[in-house]
Design a binder for this molecule. Structure first.
Ligand SMILES: Nc1ncnc2c1ncn2[C@@H]1O[C@H](COP(=O)(O)OP(=O)(O)OP(=O)(O)O)[C@@H](O)[C@H]1O
Ligand SMILES: [Mg+2]
Length: 497
């Protein structure tokens, strides 16, 4: 066996993140590590990569005990870690980020810029993507930043690559490219530990699995012996009623009218209506302009034409504050970059949007705490004290805090942009339930999503975008994945540019 982690335990103060967990990975194996948010996946990988030591337990590589693991030592042993959270320095160039801390030098001891740029370009070529090594990281969108993180692990010869949710921001095509590379690495004897909440990905690329729950080892085996339903039950510890949406929302009057909204070059001439009690999904592929549209609706991106009527009156779109005060809330995409306030506690992160609605100058501590406990229950946020720093939460639990933050404000319209990224299957269902309940109460919801199963679970109606335009409107009865893909790829738009 190439890697053996034996009886690993990790305590963070009173929190037992790992409790005698074992993990075994063979050479040339792609191993799926599964578990709910907060189960201990990232913690186990951090221990393997030497980010911090275990409280107890042992790591063996090729049967040899590895003591006092540090990040440097793990790198030297050929272990590479693609972190769940982005770790790039925004003001540095792409190639500088790639070689950060491991700069190449020429024989005179000077930085070998040319070689580093060449090597970077080679990796991107291998990955089948066109990122300029000399671009400043700041100018890349999130999906490209995630690809740079991945490239970092491919630069050097390695024996084991840890991928902690590498695809949360990637498009399907980029995921396909990544899988091609992973299969290539595997053929060359490299082992990969793959963490994801997306079941189809796990079943497609992984050989064996290990399931953690509450910091404990629950099961391990071959993917070929289980199906998605069994995997889900293993990781949540109960069977999940995968109910489909009932077609029972009673729609009220039109509350929002978007008229010929444009934001050149991202999208143009977007028009649609939204009714009270309606859940509207908006979907598309990379480059569809959907993310920009979400921002524009929330007043976070200047528009170049058109208007929005909210309750039949023009909506002032020039400040987020005004939009929120009018009664529109938003869960923005990419928690990693935009949503969490790293220096603040969980409680403050949860309450922050509420400040806007607060009448008096003081935030009411009691109410904050009540809100905290209500949400903790409702979407099972795995957290110790509300006063802990938000960054002590697992990735998915941070996302739950962000969602709770916005759902707590009493808005009339909720804009959810890629709301369940990094969230485990069990909690996803809870969030869909909350969306249904909001709709039943007469709230209107716009969900921007690229995941068909998600759209199918929540939407009354779905708009499909292609290159910045709405190319189709599908009613619930017309909603199938094939239909969505047909319009999302612009198949009905031949000849249109
Ligand atoms: N630095 C820390 N301080 C305190 N608690 C921590 C710290 N890091 C992790 N934890 C706790 O350890 C537990 C396991 O977290 P971990 O990040 O390993 O979960 P995960 O399985 O990766 O979840 P996710 O799918 O959400 O990323 C969580 O309860 C988390 O709050
Ligand atoms: Mg994690």
């Amino acid at each position: 066996m190439f890697l053996q982690m034996k009886s690993i335990t990790k305590d963070f103060g009173a929190v037992k993140a790992l409790d005698h967990v074992s993990l075994e990975v063979d050479r040339s194996e792609i191993h799926g590590l599964l578990g709910e948010n907060g189960a201990g996946k990232s913690t186990l990988m951090n221990i393997l990569a030497g980010t911090f030591p275990p409280t107890s337990g042992e790591i063996y590589l090729n049967g040899i005990l590895q003591e006092n693991m540090t990040t440097r030592k793990s790198n030297e042993l050929g272990i590479r870690f693609i972190h769940q959270e982005l770790n790039l320095v925004n003001d540095l160039k792409v190639y500088e980020n790639l070689f950060l801390g491991e700069e190449l030098r020429n024989k005179y001891g000077f930085l070998d810029k040319k070689e580093m740029i060449n090597r970077s370009a080679e990796v991107f070529k291998r990955m089948n993507i066109d990122i300029d090594p000399q671009e400043t990281v700041e100018n890349l969108d999130t999906s490209r930043k995630q690809l740079v993180e991945i490239a970092k692990a491919l630069l050097f010869e390695s024996k084991l690559i840890i991928m902690d949710e590498p695809t949360t921001a990637l498009t399907n095509k980029e995921i396909d490219n990544l899988f091609v590379i992973m299969r290539g690495l595997k053929a060359h004897g490299v082992s990969i530990i793959y963490i994801s909440h997306k079941m189809p990905e796990l079943f497609e690329i992984c050989d064996r699995y290990t399931v953690l729950r509450d910091g404990k080892l629950i099961a391990r085996g071959n993917f070929s012996d289980i199906d998605e339903k069994i995997a889900t039950e293993l990781l949540v510890g109960r069977s999940i009623q995968d109910e489909n949406k009932e077609n029972d929302n009673i729609l009220g009057e039109v509350i929002l009218q978007v008229q010929n909204l444009s934001c050149i070059p991202a999208f143009s001439d977007v028009s649609f209506e939204l009714r009270k009690g309606e859940v509207l999904a908006i979907t598309g592929l990379h480059g569809d302009g959907r993310g920009e549209l979400a921002e524009a609706l929330f007043g976070a991106r200047p528009i170049s034409g058109g208007r929005i009527l909210f309750r039949n009156k023009p909506l002032q779109l020039n400040s987020i504050n005004q939009v929120m005060k009018a009664g529109i809330g938003m869960v923005p995409r990419n928690r990693k970059e935009r949503s969490i306030i790293k220096d603040m506690s969980i409680l403050d992160n949860l309450s922050i949007a509420g400040f806007v609605n607060n009448r008096g100058p003081f935030v009411k501590k009691n109410e904050e705490l009540k809100r905290f406990h209500r949400n903790k229950e409702a979407i099972s946020i795995r957290v110790g004290s509300p006063y802990d720093s938000i960054t002590s939460l697992s990735g998915g639990n941070q996302q739950k805090v962000i969602i709770a933050r916005w759902l707590e404000i009493d808005s009339d319209i909720y804009i959810l942009d890629n709301p369940t990224q990094g969230i485990d299957v069990g909690a996803k269902f809870e969030i869909y339930k909350i969306v249904h309940e909001l709709a039943k109460k007469g709230k209107s919801i716009i969900v921007f999503s690229a995941e068909f199963p998600e759209i199918y679970k929540v939407a009354d109606r779905c708009l499909v975008m292609y290159k910045g335009r709405i190319t189709a409107e599908l009613t619930r009865d017309e909603l199938t994945e094939v239909e969505v893909m047909y319009y999302a790829t612009g198949s009905n738009m031949e000849g249109v540019r």
